[in-house]
Ligand binder design. Structure first.
Ligand code: MN3
Length: 201
């Protein structure tokens, strides 16, 4: 069964002082785990019970009769990528092929940083900010609630959670500050490079 809570790629205290152990434990152990528990209950005994999480996301996207399944599956998938999008030694710059493409596409790394932070800050209410590869082009997109570019044919490379539960405990209402910390201290370019390079094999 593929609906088990994935382990964090680092210890729950490893992102301190930027994100507290308490915030990570609640976010991973309660929010992320909660989406998976809801999803397991929703798909039990259905044909979706034996397919992968991403296949559930794709099979239910845009289907209003299965909105709860989509929301819980997409949230679970998005969170798994979010944990991999951070690292205790994160921040800095991409390397190799991704570095060139980011600089070319967004007019330098500073251009990327500004565009990503603007998109994430401007997302009204709950959602996610992404760097994706869509039909060969790098793009920055924001999605609302559970929605995910993975349901719409794009390949997500990086994601930042902008639901209030991601930052309220440590940053209260200061989403912009949380986002700057994400970009400058936590963003995991190594996993983004691996995803980018995997699309070129
Ligand atoms: Mn979250």
């Amino acid at each position: 069964m593929n609906l088990e809570l994935p382990r964090l790629p680092y210890a729950p205290y490893a992102l301190e002082p930027h994100i507290s152990r308490r915030a990570i434990e609640l976010h991973h152990g309660k929010h992320h785990a909660g989406y998976l528990a809801n999803l397991a209950a929703l798909v039990r005994g259905t044909q979706l019970e034996t397919v992968s999480l991403l296949d559930i996301v794709r099979a239910t996207a845009g289907d209003r009769t299965r909105e709860a399944v989509f929301n819980n599956a997409a949230q679970a998938w998005n969170h798994a990528l979010f944990w991999e999008s951070m690292d205790p030694a994160g921040g800095g710059a991409p390397r190799g092929a991704l570095d060139s493409r980011v600089r070319q596409t967004f007019n330098g790394l500073d251009g990327f940083r500004k565009r990503f932070l603007d998109a994430a800050t401007a997302q009204f209410g709950s959602g996610w900010a992404w760097l994706v590869l869509d039909r060969g082009s790098l793009e920055i997109v924001a999605t609302s609630n559970a929605d995910t570019p993975a349901a719409h044919g794009a390949t997500p490379l990086l994601v930042c959670d902008v639901w209030e539960h991601a930052y309220y405990l440590d940053y209260q209402n200061r989403r912009a500050e949380y986002l700057r910390v994400f970009m400058d201290h936590l963003v995991n370019w190594r996993t983004a490079e691996a995803r980018f390079e995997a699309t070129h094999v």
